[in-house]
Design a protein around this ligand. Structure first.
Ligand code: AMP
Length: 220
């Protein structure tokens, strides 16, 4: 199953991608996580993208396309992939189509998480995650059971992303509207765009995505 999860910052793409990965075995490919790993490792690429990411801007298409190319090739033959945070521009979407065609693969669905922007800003401002295992939390809606300790792995390395600061959040929304939202008509024209209510609670969003994927699976 090859899937894209689309939606503005904070719409729950990462959370849902992890759940879909568990259920269907398709690999989550999160470009934001890959870039943060580059930064954490101190690599030259990490150094190049650090400032852009902290400010909420987009890393160049060339860098991102090169980053995703090897991963798509590697997972297309197995149980597929769930793209989370890619593509973010029409140029990236076009490059993805070319990569898939080259691998004799195709997208099964592009799922848009529809959300209310004011509520999203609220979500982003309380967000934190575990640096060790990637589990995500929210101060108000999904805190850890024990303060300061990850529920999943017990690590105390809980961090708030620099791009979840208010100015960066504003920039990320502008970037989403200006550069990422134009991808929606691109996939609508291909007849593979589906929407779910991203404002429903986390389990309900997963249920809606599963219902969609199971329908697609049965039809194919
Ligand atoms: P995310 O974790 O998906 O919210 O991504 C965090 C940041 O990484 C974004 O705000 C961008 O700076 C950068 N980034 C992630 N994916 C992409 C992409 N597909 N194209 C350009 N920049 C990206």
């Amino acid at each position: 199953m090859n899937l894209i999860l689309l939606g503005p910052p904070g719409s729950g793409k990462g959370t849902q991608a992890k759940r879909i990965e568990q259920i269907y075995g398709a690999a989550q490919l999160a470009t934001g996580d890959m870039l943060r790993a580059e930064i954490a490792s101190g690599s030259a690429l990490g150094q190049r993208v650090k400032g852009i990411m902290a400010a909420g801007g987009l890393v160049s298409d060339d860098i991102i396309i090169a980053l995703i190319r090897g991963r798509i090739g590697g997972s297309a033959g197995a149980d597929g992939f769930i793209l989370d945070g890619f593509p973010r521009t029409v140029a990236q979407a076009e490059a993805l189509d070319r990569m898939l065609a080259g691998n004799h693969a195709a997208l099964d669905a592009v799922i848009e998480l529809e959300v209310d922007e004011a509520a999203l800003i609220d979500r982003l401002s309380g967000r934190f995650s575990c640096q060790n295992c990637g589990a995500s939390y929210h101060q108000r809606t999904h805190p850890t059971r024990v303060e300061g300790v990850c529920d999943d792995c017990g690590s105390t390395e809980l961090i708030c992303r620099p791009d979840d600061r208010p100015e960066a959040v504003r920039t990320r929304f502008e970037v989403y509207h200006g550069q990422t939202a134009p991808i929606l008509p691109f996939y609508r024209r291909q007849g593979i765009l589906q929407s779910v209510d991203g404002m429903a609670d986390i389990d309900e969003v997963t249920r809606q995505i599963r219902a969609l994927l199971d329908r697609i699976h049965t039809a194919s």
